[in-house]
Structure formats: structure tokens, C-alpha cells
Design a protein around this ligand. Structure first.
Ligand code: SAM
Length: 291
């Protein structure tokens, strides 16, 4: 499994250029649409950050890009420089005409839809062809990632701007306080790379928290197919239900101490110390009634 955290040379270079440009006040002026809090509208206005994200995505002419929440088209515009095709899903009806005018001469399809209800399979022309991108509204980011994890056969990769705390959870390793349901269910089927952080000054209006860019790449060879994702999801939900409690307490009445010991797992440990394979081993022991 490849989990690249923030320490790569390339990502630190991007990080420092992003930080410098933000200090210089590199942000362009916000456009006229009044941002709506209920849609999590924090628009990217810092051109150096927008360019850094587009470079990280590295779009090509033949790419089938799906952008979730194009907003006022800041990232869309940067991606179009490659001549790619973009299908965008935007919930805010009031942004539609602005987007259609901006990209009238591009290969642009806009869906006025809720991404949480959207059938991503419909946009695909074959296996692993969708490149999904988005500066995601913070309130839908976790459920949307869980939804996209069920569409991996049509996805090539995903690049998201998320709250930094969510990226920490996606990229966490066993033993880390952020290791939990989101890390496990993502890393079982995707490589996770924390690319770089983005400060609040890069947005209008500015969010109260730090953000970060993450890349999720579906693994081409499925890991341990004997273990269903449904069973793993249930096990993880139970094992992490009370993080401070022992595994024995969280799995009481579902998996016995003797079974854990047979698997070489200490029932007195906490779930956050368990590796992905140990969690998968445990999930295979779940009684049918618990699933
Ligand atoms: N991509 C733009 C940018 O970077 O400036 C806008 C990003 S803004 C953080 C999030 C965008 O997602 C907004 O345009 C918002 O209207 C849209 N959005 C919010 N909830 C959505 C949903 N459920 N489905 C699709 N779009 C949504």
C-alpha cells in the first residue's frame, strides 16, 4: 500500500510556493455570486493554489474529468487549458448560467444535481476512465468519499481539496490517533497521497480551518477478495465504536477472546493499533447475524 504523507520533496516545494503566494496576497478578486453557506461555498481565489492543484491533477486532452462542485469555475478553467473533457455536477442552480457562458466553447457538460445522489457509472465510457476532482464542500466530503468508494471500477483517480483533518484521517496509519473507519475503508482499495496543504487565505470567504489536497488512486489488484467490504465495514464500525475502549469491550457478544487470540490479536488492545490485515482477519469471524 502506498500512503505518501506530506514529506515528499515535490509536495514541500508546492507547499512553500503556495504559502509564499498567499502571504503576498496572490488572491484575485472574488466574483459577484454571493457565497452560500449551506452549499459549503468557499471559492478558490488564489491563482497560485489553483495552478498547483491543476499541476497535481495533470490533466491530458483525452481525460474524462468529472468535477464535483465547479462553483464559479476557478479550477475548471485551469483544467481546461489541457483541452480535456469536463463533466461537472453542481447543486447550486444560480451558478449554472455563469458556468455555461464561461465554458460555451469547451467540451463541458453541466449537471444541476446533488453529487450524493448522482450515478457516476453513467458518465463512464469504460473501466477506470473517470478522473474525479473537486474542492469539496466540507459538509458532504465524507459521505461522498464513501459513495465514490462503491464506484471504483469506473474511476481512474480522485483529487480532492478537503478539510486537512479529513485528509489526516484518510492517510493515517495504524497506531495513529486518526486511524479509523475512513482510513481503513479507503486504504483497503485505494492508495492515498496527501499532496499539500492550503491555507484559509486561498479562499473567499475564508474557512476557519486548514485544507489539504489528497489523491486517491484505486488499486488495480483487489486486496484479499475473500473479505467482503460490507463485512469489513461492519467490523470496523463495531471495533472503533468507542475508541478509548478495548477491542474486547467493543466486540463483546460478537467475537470471543479465544477467536482474537487464535488470530494473534490481544483482546485488551484498542482498535486503533490494529493493521488493515488484522481488521480483515477479524471481519471474516463476524457471525452472519452481526452483518
Ligand atoms: N470548485 C469551486 C472552487 O474551487 O472555487 C467551488 C468549491 S466550493 C468549496 C463547493 C462547491 O460545491 C460549490 O459550488 C457548491 O455549490 C457545490 N456543492 C455543494 N454541495 C453539493 C452537492 N451535494 N452536489 C454538487 N455540488 C455541491
Amino acid at each position: 500500500m502506498k500512503v505518501v504523507a506530506r514529506s515528499t520533496t515535490a509536495s514541500s516545494k508546492i507547499q512553500s510556493s503556495v504559502a509564499k503566494a498567499s502571504r503576498r496576497g496572490g488572491a484575485s478578486r472574488p466574483k459577484t455570486h454571493a457565497p452560500r453557506k449551506r452549499f459549503g461555498q468557499n471559492f478558490l481565489v488564489d491563482q497560485s493554489v489553483i495552478s498547483a492543484i491543476a499541476r497535481a491533477i495533470n490533466p491530458h486532452k483525452d481525460d474524462n474529468i468529472v468535477e464535483i462542485g465547479p462553483g464559479q469555475g476557478a479550477l475548471t478553467d485551469a483544467l481546461f487549458e489541457s483541452g480535456c473533457t469536463i463533466k461537472a455536477i453542481e447543486i447550486d442552480r444560480d451558478l449554472q448560467s455563469q458556468l455555461r457562458v464561461m465554458f460555451f466553447n469547451r467540451d463541458f457538460t453541466l449537471f444541476n444535481y446533488d453529487a450524493l445522489k448522482f450515478n457516476f457509472n453513467e458518465l463512464s465510457n469504460g473501466a477506470h476512465d473517470l478522473r474525479i476532482v473537486g474542492n469539496l464542500p466540507y459538509n458532504i466530503s465524507t459521505p461522498l468519499i464513501f459513495k465514490l468508494l462503491t464506484h471504483l471500477p469506473v474511476i481512474s483517480d480522485m483529487h480532492f481539496m478537503l478539510q486537512k483533518e479529513v485528509v489526516d484521517r484518510l492517510a493515517a496509519l495504524p497506531g495513529n490517533k486518526h486511524w479509523g473507519r475512513l482510513s481503513v475503508m479507503t486504504q483497503v482499495d485505494c492508495d492515498v497521497e496527501h499532496l499539500f496543504d492550503v491555507p484559509p487565505e486561498a479562499f473567499y470567504p475564508q474557512p476557519k480551518v486548514q485544507s489539504a489536497i489528497v489523491r486517491l488512486t484505486p488499486k488495480m489488484t483487489a486486496h484479499r477478495t475473500e473479505c467482503s467490504r460490507e463485512e469489513l465495514g461492519k467490523l470496523v464500525q463495531l471495533a472503533f465504536s468507542q475508541r478509548r475502549k478495548t477491542l474486547r469491550n467493543n466486540l463483546r457478544g460478537v467475537i470471543d477472546d479465544a477467536v482474537m487470540q487464535r488470530l494473534g490479536i490481544d483482546p485488551a488492545c484498542r482498535a486503533e493499533t490494529l493493521t488493515l490485515d488484522q481488521l480483515m482477519d477479524l471481519s471474516l469471524e463476524l457471525p452472519q447475524a452481526a452483518i
